[in-house]
Design a protein around this ligand. Structure first.
Ligand code: 25A
Ligand code: L14
Length: 340
């Protein structure tokens, strides 16, 4: 039987994540009948290559999704809020990368290595949410540990690349770095402070409780993906002058007896994870190695000697690929294979 093929739209096609979504569809040979590339009116006139064809970028409109089967959205929260319902109404299933729909009880929040079964809930609103980049790379290695040892508490600090904010932030780190090295003047346009040669303990806006939205996303999204509201999570999110690849220092406390040795051997068998942990030879996960590939790298796996059942680890992934585009395309693969 011939393989079924799909009409796929990408909304936000000219952005950092949208571009990567197009490449992932191509790399993973997603069965595409036709592809529609959508962005704001500013991008009309641009062309993007897809499998050797040069495709015109069209303006995103309410009527853009007629006849489409799947739409991958990464054009910001406001665009998703406004346009995803129009796509769903026209029978086009939305896989949305923004934070808008993630905590909606009628929208599944999916990491394919963890809760692929949740995709089935797409029928409620016609929307599936892609989690936050920092959450995705944390839950991929922690899920098998949670199943086996029962995680009580997670303490995480992130070291996040500028590409998470989009193209304009990539340009800002580049231009500030050049300006500073050449004793030139520069402005802070994207972030409230200089990001070049600096670390900013703020990602997204501050909330009433003193945490940032990014930090609280890690708390709520982890509980939803693990389908366990008892798990305690506390996060500190930091922006660092890195272009691609988020790093995370993760500490967990478990109910059952756990050891670094067992964690290492369990993670060596975990799909989507690569253990990179040979400290004697200075081998551990690095952002520049994680960038450009799809695995979540885990290293520096150590017993937390301050408590009975605790582990420390260092986890790194490409925030634009596994943290956004690859995860979205993996969801599309499950949707196409099992449900459409
Ligand atoms: O609200 P959120 O969820 O927090 O998301 C905020 C932003 O974060 C990125 C993404 O930025 C998003 O806009 N993002 C979201 N989730 C992410 C994740 N998980 C994530 N990044 C990483 N990880 P981006 O820059 O990567 O992508 C922006 C894309 O969205 C399109 N877009 C914006 N508004 C739109 C729209 N498309 C349709 N309708 C709208 N109303 C945007 O297209 C891009 O594809 P564009 O046409 O606006 O931009 C194309 C070119 O124009 C330049 N440009 C951007 N803004 C301006 C501009 N030029 C002049 N003036 C401007 N104001 C850009 O340089 C781009 O090349
Ligand atoms: O997906 O790094 O909720 O500035 C919003 C902030 C993605 C990262 C999300 C950043 C995040 C982004």
């Amino acid at each position: 039987m011939a393989e079924k093929k799909y009409n796929v739209a990408v909304a936000g096609a000219t952005g950092a994540v949208g571009n990567q979504m197009i490449s992932c569809l191509e790399e993973r040979k997603f069965p595409i009948k036709s592809i529609k590339l959508l962005a704001s009116s500013r991008s009309v006139g641009h062309k993007i290559d897809y499998r050797g064809d040069s495709i015109d970028v069209e303006e995103l409109k309410e009527s853009s999704f007629k006849g489409m089967d799947i739409a991958l959205f990464s054009a910001g929260g406001g665009v998703s809020e406004k346009f995803a319902p129009f796509a769903a109404k026209d029978g086009c299933v939305v896989i949305d990368n923004s934070s808008t729909w993630r905590m909606d009880p009628d929208v599944p929040l999916v990491v394919p290595e963890v809760n692929p079964h949740a995709v089935a809930q797409y029928t409620k609103k016609g929307i599936i949410a892609n989690p936050n980049c920092s959450t995705i790379q944390m839950v991929v290695p922690l899920y098998p540990l949670h199943k086996k040892y029962g995680i009580k508490r997670i303490v995480v600090s992130t070291y996040q690349a500028v590409s998470g904010t989009g193209k304009k932030a990539i340009d800002e780190l580049d231009s500030q770095t050049r300006a500073i090295l050449n004793f030139k003047n520069y402005e802070n346009k994207v972030y409230p402070h200089t990001i070049a040669f600096n670390c900013l303990p703020q990602i997204d806006l501050f909330l009433e409780n003193g945490y940032t939205k990014e930090e609280m996303k890690m708390v709520y999204e982890t509980r939803k993906i693990f389908e366990d509201d008892t798990i305690r999570v506390t996060a500190t999110s930091v922006r660092v002058p890195v272009f691609y690849g988020h790093s995370e220092s993760i500490n967990i406390e478990t109910k059952e007896n756990i050891s670094a040795k067992e964690v290492k051997s369990l993670l060596e068998k975990t799909p989507g994870v690569k253990v990179v942990d040979d400290p004697k030879n200075n081998v551990y996960p690095l952002a520049i190695d994680a960038a450009g590939q799809d695995l979540t790298l885990v290293g520096r796996i150590r017993d937390d000697e301050s408590i009975t059942n605790g582990i420390n680890m260092w986890v790194v992934a490409d925030n634009i690929r596994k943290g956004a585009a690859t995860n979205a395309v993996q969801i599309a693969e499950i949707l196409a294979k099992e449900y459409l």
